[in-house]
Design a protein around this ligand. Sequence first.
Ligand code: PHE
Length: 456
Amino acid sequence: MLSNQDSAGKRTSLHGHWSSRMAFILAVTGSAVGLGNIWKFPYIAGQNGGGAFVLVYLICVIVIGMPVMMSEILIGRRGRRNPIATMELLGKEEGSSGNWRWVGGMGVLAGILILSYYSVIAGWTLGYVVKSASGVFVGATAEAVSAEFSGFVGDWRVIGFCHTLFMSLAIFVVARGVERGLEQAVRFMVPALLILMLVLLGYSINSGSFGEGVAFMFTPDWSKLTWGSVLAALGQAFFTLSIGMGAIMAYGAYLPEETSITGASAAVVTADTSIAILAGLAIFPLVFANGLDPADGPGLVFQTLPLAFGQMAGGVFFSTIFFVLLSFAAWTSAIGLMEPAVAWVVEHYNKSRSAATVLIGGLIWVIGLASVLSFNVLAETKFLAGTLFDNVDYLTSNIMLPLGGLLITIFAGWVMCRNSTADELGSSGSLYKAWRLLARFIAPIGILFVLINAVT
Ligand code: PHE
């Protein structure tokens, strides 16, 4: 095992550190804000009936997401290694067991599986950059935009190529390492994305069925809420915040001592949730104004937004920029998905960062082919949750992430002693007490309750 202590005997990370507190917040926000907010949130909310789902999702974000995120950062910063080694080290240090490494292991695996399909959808956004720039959406009808989408995903060679391109981009940034790669990529993307979402919102207020969209999103119809959709809301909270799989833990390992974990988490959760809500507010009014089906599934964003852009003055420009930004958002999330696996291979097998990245990236690319084929050749091959894509998504978001989050809060709340966590969170005041109450009781019990009810 490589040594990771500085001359004063303090634990440091092998992979360098964030240059500032802002750099960390930007990187975590970059990981959190992605396809989960703009692609997944609206289509899952649509499939689960809107209002009640959105409310449950918001509750999950606050009472479960927030404490899990804080736990992950504090564990990561204390261990300063990849999630597997960190969980093993702290497990022993806190007088429990090295077997906690399996929680890190499940996270590494979840990251690999998520990125395998995430890369496919991110590939679609790359494809839509080209489509937008070519002007095919100018003045197009809802039918034409939907036909364009079906034709696109129906050709495995095209979306296979896009998947390959996206994975190459992800491998490129991750191979360059923490400071040079990750940090620069996020600096301008989140603010720019926010601005474009506001432009879209403006359009949808003027031209969509705004009232109907808002009512769909915020008027809870409790009769539509099943345990399955509560689990989907919980899974979405984990997915969109990048928690439950060690990504945030890996980022926490590069966090300087003095940064406030509570402040950073609150900033990230607020930014991430706002972007998801904005995306919903931009999309649902268009869905209703154009007679589309909110429960249409993974194609929803690709069938609504181009339609809006097609009607807008300067639409070619805005549409192209939008899909460029969405690709960037996906790119900075892909980095977080790969980081735990790459950091582990570097540390455990003593490989160079580039070799480790190519190895892990190659593996993810191969697994991703299953999702590429799920939209065409294997579209009719369905079992359990649906296509291969649906199953990988369900297994990771609805099972692996919540389970990971459950074990992480149990670890931070029960295995780690009060002194260790108070030391990292930097206080023993009421904020600390609130975190401890959430991490020890509310979050784990809540997760367990939802998992048990939804799966049985
Ligand atoms: N949070 C990202 C998104 O919303 C996805 C992600 C999940 C990234 C887990 C890293 C880890 O798109």
